[in-house]
Each structure stands twice: as structure tokens, then as C-alpha cells.
Ligand binder design. Sequence first.
Ligand code: AMP
Length: 448
Amino acid sequence: MSFASLGLMPALLGNLQRLNYQQPTAVQQKAIAPILAGKDVLAAAQTGTGKTAAFTLPVLQLLLTQGGKVTSNGVRTLVLVPTRELAEQVHESIRSYLDELPLRTAVAYGGVSINPQMMQLRRGVDVLVATPGRLLDLYQQNAVRFHQMQILVLDEADRMLDLGFAEELNALFSVMPNKRQTLLFSATFSGPIRTLAGNLLRDPIRIDVTPKHSAAETVKQYLLVVDKHNKTELLLHLLSSRKWGQVLVFVRTRKGAESLHKKLMAAQVTADAIHGDKTQPARLRALQDFKKGRIQVLVATDVAARGLDIEQLPHVVNFDLPTVAQDYVHRIGRTGRAGLSGEAISLVSADEIEKLIAIEELMGINLQRFDEPDFYAEHRLPETILGVGSIKKPKKLKKNKVAAVAGQIHLGDILSAESQPRVVAVRPAPRLAVPGRHKPKPSNAKPR
Ligand code: AMP
């Protein structure tokens, strides 16, 4: 299938050619024609699927061919996104698809001065990419008006709800014209997303290009069991012994990100951190440094990393497991993109057992576990069984037993003697029945 066969206009096709987009991706094949036909769309598609172009290309065409000139403070299309990073990224994509075509675009998000954004909106814009909080501020200060709005796009809607933007979104929806086209993109179709879609969309075309909760087949996932206090040392050890190139390391908290960043720098590893306490320029700089290969390790929290588009990233490390199981899927989606192989390695300590259970239940697999020689955990991670949860209480091994059991199973058994970093593919573990021994604990089993 070609882009031309989807009904895109020659000017846009020319821009796609310049970008060397040969063929539409699955979500583009399914979404572009219905959007051009004016339909509402509800699409499940993650970052990396080409979702931005899937909504941007037809939206730009509709704006170029339909509707009048935008008046002062007006906006014809609004793209709502959860984070500043994604706002910048989507805006950048829109500008590349638009190239020289005569539409005005702007981007607005919090954490930076509102005045330049107000100035930009004065003449009106055809497309505004914005985060909900800042957009509401702009609206309340009369910097933006919705009377000319033709199209509303919600990008990564699940994340907007996760981040607690429901109130701002409702306030915004209540002042938008009802007569409009609405496109909702989300990595998942959770209950709240279905409710949101039910309220906002009219007779939508449903598109699903994401195999539910599964990682790309090219991603090998596994756990290294480690005591909490040894995680930094283990990460440093992995960086040097496996001869890794660039690594994206996820941590749960801002404090954790800062602390790990400092420890990496102290160990002479070139690194930077992105998290919610960093200024926007600092975040963009870190991201650019990482993309350009100027730093080896980028430490990121889930919120800051959402929507990052980094090509050819072979290794993602979960320094700690995310609180929300769904974030695990987003995290490991940063590697193994576009058919390239990747590894997602989680450093898991015994206190994270509940988080692990939630992740395994969501993914429908037991993640394969390994011990790294010299880092054998004293606090053992309880075994887990799908649908059951953990089958043992975490127990602390006596010091002299550690040496005895260390080496029972470790990566060295599986990796060849060469220094090639390789790991066996993870296969879904069979659902084991444990008759009469352990009652299923549905509360553990549910993803949070
Ligand atoms: P997205 O899922 O929108 O974040 O896009 C992921 C990446 O794929 C971006 O770097 C896009 O530039 C790129 N991309 C999107 N559509 C295509 C296509 N049809 N051909 C080649 N690259 C694409």
C-alpha cells in the first residue's frame, strides 16, 4: 500500500518522499483514510508505530483544504499530549510533515514562561500542540479561543489520565465546540479510556495495532536478582563487563534519578538524567546529548521518558520496577524498535516482588531470572506463578549459604565464554498448578 493510495495530496506526498517514508505503517494504513473522510477515530497504538504521522498527515490535509482562515487567538486543531517532551516531539514531527506548507503551528507546555506562548497565539494558529494544564491556563487568560476548532486530537490519552489530568481535560472539553472531529490515540484501552472515548467520540472507527501488553518479539527480557544496595555496583559492572554502548536506565523517582546520575558520573560514566524537577532546556539538552551519542547513559523517570523516540537503542535497564505495571511495557518498548533486536534487563530486589507480580500478570509471562556471579542476592526474590502470585515469603539467606547456592543459575551458564552479550529468549512459562498448596491471590494478581 502506498501513501498516495490513502488519498493524501501531492504536496504532503512530496514531503514524505523528502523524509524517505516509503510505505505507510499499519496504523497509518488504517487511520489516514477515515480521518480524511471526517470520521472520529479511536486508536490503540504505542510510540514507535508511526502514530504521529497517522493523525498529523490527514489533519494537515483537512486544514489545508477545508475551513477558513484562523483569526486572532483562534485554533483550528488542538493536539493534547501528556508531557513537554512529547509536545516538543509531536510539534517537531508536524513541522517536518508540513515543511513549507502555509499553516501556522505552535507548542505550549508548563514549566516555562507563558508570555512567549501567549504572543505566539495572538495571530491564531492552525495547529496547537499543548499539555492540558498549560492549555487551561492559556484559555483562562483569554490567550486561546476554541470557536474555530475543527479537530481535537488526544495523543497518549492513557498517560494523560495516569498523570492526573482528568480534571483539566474535563474543564477543556466543556468549553470546546461539540461540532468537531475527535481522534483519540492511546497505548492501551483501559476502562477509563473507554469511558473517555464513549463521552468524546461519535461513532468512531476503532483501530488496534498493538498486540495487547506484549513486547516486540525482538526484545529479550529478563531479570537479574540483586540486593537493593548492590544495584548501582551491578549496573556499573554490566556496563563494563558486557561492553554495552548506550543504555537508557529507568528509575522510579526523581530523587533516585539524581542519585544514580551522580554515582555514574563519580564512576566516570558519561551520563545525564531527565525527570520532572529538571528544567525544560536541561531535559532537551540531555536528550539531544543522548541522541547524538555524547553520553552513554540516560537515567530517566517514567514521566520524563514518555514518548521519547530514540532510534536503535539496544539496551534498556529497569534500575527499579515501575509502580504502575503498564509503565513496564512503555519502558521496554524503547528497545527492539523497527525490527532491531534489544534487551530489557530489570534489576530486581526482593522488596519489589509485588511490582514484579503485577508486571508478570499484565504481560502474561513469568520473566526469566538470572543471578550475576559476584552479585548473588542475599535477599532472595520469591518465586512467582501466574494467577497465583508469589509462592514464598522473601527469605534472607544466611551468609555462609550464599556462597553455597551462588552459581546455581547465573548468566555465565548461558552466555558463551566470548564477551558477546547474549541472552536466551524469554518464553512464556507454563501455567503451573500447585494443588492444594497455595490459594490463588487475585489481589496480587491484578495489575495496578
Ligand atoms: P511515532 O510512533 O509517531 O513516534 O513515530 C516513530 C518514528 O517512526 C518517528 O521517528 C517517525 O519519523 C518514523 N516514521 C513514522 N512513519 C514512518 C513511515 N511510514 N516510514 C518511515 N518512518 C516513519
